[in-house]
Every structure is written in C-alpha cells, then in structure tokens.
Ligand binder design. Structure first.
Ligand SMILES: [Zn+2]
Ligand SMILES: [Zn+2]
Length: 304
C-alpha cells in the first residue's frame, strides 16, 4: 500500500501546503483508493497525481471542521460529472449526512453513482476480508475520530523443499495447500496444508489521527502501528495554546509515537505560521523523543 499526502496544513492553506487530505492506494490488495479527509481544493491536488477519482471507493472523514470537509462536495460532483457508476461510501461523524445532503440538494447536484453516507460511532466499522477499519474517539473541539487500518496476516509461503522431500507432486491441490487446507492426493494420501506453510507474514497497521489534543484512546489507536499519521499543529513552546484549541504539540505527538511502539511517525497538520525555514526545528523537537519521525509535505508518498 502507499499513502500520499494531498494537504498538510492546519486550518488554512498556504502556498506550499493545502488543507488536510490524504489518499491510501490499496495497490497489492486491489485497484482502489481510500481517502482520509477532503479539505478545500483537494481535487486540484489530485490533478497533479496519478490518482483516479472514480477509483476512490471510500472516504473517511475525521471531523466536520471546514479544513477537513470543504473539498468534499466538489469532489463528489466531479466524480459524477466524470460519469462514474462505481459506488462510493463516505464515513464520518454525526452531521455529515445533513451537510452533504444539504449542499448537494441546494446546488441541484446529482450523483451518477450510488453514494452511501455512514455516520459512525467508535468501534470496528468493517472487515472486508483484507483490511479491518476501526474508529477511535479523539478529543477536539468537535466530535472527531481517528482510523486504524489493520491488514489481515498473510499465510506464509509453501515450503517447496518439504513438499519435494515427501514426494508431494505439483498439482491442482497447490492452491488449497497455500490456503492451509487439507487435500487428498491422487495416491490417496491426505495432507494438511498448515504443515507445509512457513511463518505467517504480519499484516500492516496504519493509524490515521484527526485533530486532537492528547487523549486516552490514542495509545490503542496507534499501538504497534507500522505508520502513525498524527497532527503536530504547534511547536512545544506553544503547547498550552495547542491543547486549548484541541490540538497537539510536536513533543506530545512524538511521545505518543514512542509510547505506542509505532515503527514510523509522520507529522502533519502544520500551522500556517511555520514556513520552510521552521520545519527543521519542528523535526528536531520530534526526533529528540522519537527518532523515526518525518514531517509530511504535500505530495509526499510513503510505502506501507
Ligand atoms: Zn484541522
Ligand atoms: Zn479541527
């Protein structure tokens, strides 16, 4: 999978950073994209990427602040004007349905595709057989969720040497063996695929936070994640102001990354007060606590 940041600024866009959005490319699982938040002008960012709007099958909204949702109606309409007929599901907090239905009705917009809007509560949202998505409550000035995306473990590879050593020929049963099922061979032997599989490969875990001050559920949302995406709206010296507004400082996000045992932390949702000359300083503040920190910029793409 690959995650691309389309907007990394907090509150208002700057020349270098648009407001929040990111897209998860499910490459390796299926040809589809999942979007997380959709700030104003997100679709302009998409134009500079290979992302195909009709291939966005799900959009997850963390909360209803404008810098996370004002791009959504435009994106939905463009997807329709492109003639897409592929279904789209949008998940988010209470009020999302009213917001979208009102703006689409007032603008006389219509959808060429089935649009489902699901107002969520904390807990597991679904398990599609490849990925499990769960929502965790955060602490912000409005209801806000973070999303944990957990890939199922993959069965280990078939042990070809062991199969050869026991004179088990190749045949149509290989597929079932790979899935760990029992099969009966043409010579009458029944063998259990689980005896011929290597160690399972752990599925990836991605933790995507919405805006939040430090909060109790965060450690569970981020636990052992391969990648944690978390806001660092303000620097450590402005922590009080950050928390007062429902945000986190560089120090607080880095401490969470450390305490949750994540492998990699990408900081985003950077206040517009910081220019390129400030980013090194913010990074040092994080890395002093959690060395595997990076600060996102627009169009940054990472492998997960
Ligand atoms: Zn925000
Ligand atoms: Zn917010």
């Amino acid at each position: 999978m690959q995650l691309t940041f389309l907007g990394t600024s907090a509150g208002v866009p700057t020349k270098r950073r648009n407001v929040t959005s990111m897209v998860l490319n499910l490459a390796g699982i299926r040809k589809a994209y999942w979007m997380f938040d959709c700030g104003e002008a997100t679709q302009h960012r998409i134009l500079d990427t290979p992302i195909k709007t009709p291939k966005i099958e799900k959009i997850f909204i963390t909360h209803l602040h404008g810098d996370h949702i004002f791009g959504l109606p435009g994106l939905l309409c463009s997807r329709s004007m492109g003639g897409s007929t592929d279904p789209l599901t949008v998940y988010g907090p209470k009020g999302l349905k009213n917001y979208l239905e009102t703006v689409l009705a007032l603008s006389a917009s219509y959808m060429t595709y089935p649009l489902e809007i699901i107002e969520i509560e904390a807990g597991q949202l679904f398990d599609d057989g490849d990925l499990i998505v769960s929502a965790y409550p955060l602490t912000h000035r409005v209801e806000c969720f973070g999303y944990r995306i957990q890939q199922h473990d993959k069965p280990g590879p078939l042990d070809a040497q062991k199969l050869a050593a026991e004179n088990i020929p190749r045949g149509p049963w290989m597929q079932a063996l790979k899935q760990g099922k029992s099969v009966t061979l043409t010579d009458g032997r029944t063998i259990d695929g689980r005896d011929y599989l290597g160690a399972p490969q752990a599925g990836k875990i991605l933790a995507i936070f919405g805006d939040t001050q430090p909060t109790g559920e965060a450690i569970h949302l981020a636990a052992d994640a391969d990648v944690m995406i978390h806001e660092t709206t303000l620097e450590t010296a402005m922590e009080e102001k950050a928390n007062h507004n429902g945000h986190s400082s560089t120090r607080q996000a880095a401490e969470l990354a450390r305490d949750a045992g994540v492998k990699r932390f990408i900081a985003t949702h950077i206040s517009g007060r910081y220019g390129p000359e400030d980013i090194g300083r913010l990074l040092v503040e994080c890395q002093a606590i959690f060395p595997a920190t990076e600060i996102a910029e627009d169009f940054l793409t990472i492998d997960i």
